[in-house]
Design a protein around this ligand. Structure first.
Ligand code: UDP
Ligand code: MN
Length: 267
């Protein structure tokens, strides 16, 4: 399909590093594709992304009322709807997640594949451009009960400024609190979302919670939800060591390993 692009988002230094690994992975697995990096500030360390040939677009956070901002602050989100399954890094600002919606403004593309800056693409995913709006994979990381929820780390969208304007109308409703930010919003905005095969968004906890689904040969995207591989030390770094090594081999050596060993539970 003509006029397509991969798009990611960065709002601070940490996610800019994440995006660099993502971009390097895309260049290995999906060569010659147009890659757009949405950045909310021009003072981020964007030079390496620029050298990789990314199309960097400065897009400010959508204008939200003070009320909406305070309802979705990091402090409030963590007290009203605490994360019990994993830990969000300190550099994660939930309000920044809503910047993803800006992708609908890129009308020059008929279709885009959005990828979180904490994902890496380890096999070709061009087929995603054949899926309609709105497609996403299930939020599968602990049990099969989560099959009916979507994860907004990888999705297919058809940009339209009219859709963007309509989305903002639905988003900024007085008193509304989007518990899991853009993810909860997109699920409600697109109740009939199309399900992608889970291999297009393999959440890192699948590795140890659902090891029967870790089939390296069929995995296309690895998504480091919760703790990030570039955090020096985190609660899961031991359990996730092979996946952290995978992330570094892409960032530093520009190589996608032939294999990633299966999880071995502690004896
Ligand atoms: N993001 C960002 N800065 C933030 C929060 C989010 O740039 O402070 C972007 C980034 O692309 C990130 C995505 O929004 O990958 C969603 O956040 P994250 O991946 O940390 O959420 P999780 O996948 O852990 O739910
Ligand atoms: Mn993510």
């Amino acid at each position: 399909m003509a006029n397509t692009a991969f798009v990611t988002l960065v709002t601070n230094d940490d996610y800019t590093l994440g995006a660099l690994a993502l971009v390097r992975s895309l260049k290995l697995s999906n060569p010659d594709r147009h890659i757009v990096v949405m950045a909310t500030r021009s003072d981020l360390p964007l030079d390496q992304l620029d050298r990789e040939g990314c199309d960097i677009r400065i897009v400010p956070r959508p204008e939200f009322s003070d009320d909406f901002v305070s309802r979705h602050s990091r402090e409030r989100q963590h007290s009203v709807a605490p994360f019990t399954k994993g830990t969000k890094p300190k550099f994660h600002d939930p309000l920044d997640n809503f910047c993803k919606l800006r992708v609908w403004e890129f009308e020059e593309y008929q279709r885009v594949v959005f990828l979180d800056a904490d994902t890496i693409v380890v096999r070709n995913i061009d087929r995603l451009f054949g899926y309609p709006e709105f497609s996403a994979a299930p939020n599968l990381y602990e049990t099969l009960h989560d099959m009916h929820r979507l994860n907004s780390g990888v999705f297919v969208a058809e940009p339209s400024k009219a859709t963007y304007a309509h989305m903002l109308e639905k988003l900024v409703v007085p008193e509304t609190f989007w518990k899991r930010t853009d993810q909860t919003f997109l699920e409600s905005y697109f109740p009939d979302w199309h399900g992608l095969p889970y291999v297009y968004n393999v959440l890192q906890y699948i590795y140890f919670h659902l090891p029967q689904l870790w089939e390296w040969a069929s995995i296309r995207v690895v998504h480091y939800q919760y703790e990030k591989p570039w955090e020096r030390f985190h609660e899961r770094s031991e359990q996730l060591k092979p996946l952290i090594d995978l992330w570094y081999s892409i960032l530093e050596d520009r190589k996608i390993p032939e294999d990633v060993p299966r999880y071995t539970p502690p004896q």
